[in-house]
Design a binder for this molecule. Sequence first.
Ligand SMILES: [Cu+2]
Length: 155
Amino acid sequence: MKKIVSTGALAVLFSFAGVTTPALADADDIVIDGAWARASIGMNRPGAAYMTIRNTGAEPVTLTGLSTSLAMMPAIHETRTSAEGVSSMTPTDEITIAPGESMALEPGGLHAMLLQLQEPMVEGETLPLTLIFEDGGEATVDVSILGFAARRLED
Ligand SMILES: [Cu+2]
């Protein structure tokens, strides 16, 4: 199990005071499973992180951004492969996850691109990645850094 840290404390504070804050409560409904990344070779090439994001709440949630101390420009990307077998990546501004649904970030599809690495991604270490949602809620996950050739998180 990966540790999930969210801004839930703030929402709890507000609900304790009797004020409903549906906006910020959304991130509490997010469960992130199996976050992993490949070790980087130095810092010249960008890294990528993968995970499953689950919306356990009753409202849709929209992921709009990423933040990490490890990379200057983290971004949501999608890899598409054409009928001719040519792969290309395009930035994706937002991902909306319906209630009860999950979204997989995986090699060959959506991924968290870590552009402009500030330090190498070292196998066996973890990197903190914060997911930022449209309503201002955030969820931070520790991403396990696997070997250079990893294709998926080991069970
Ligand atoms: Cu990418």
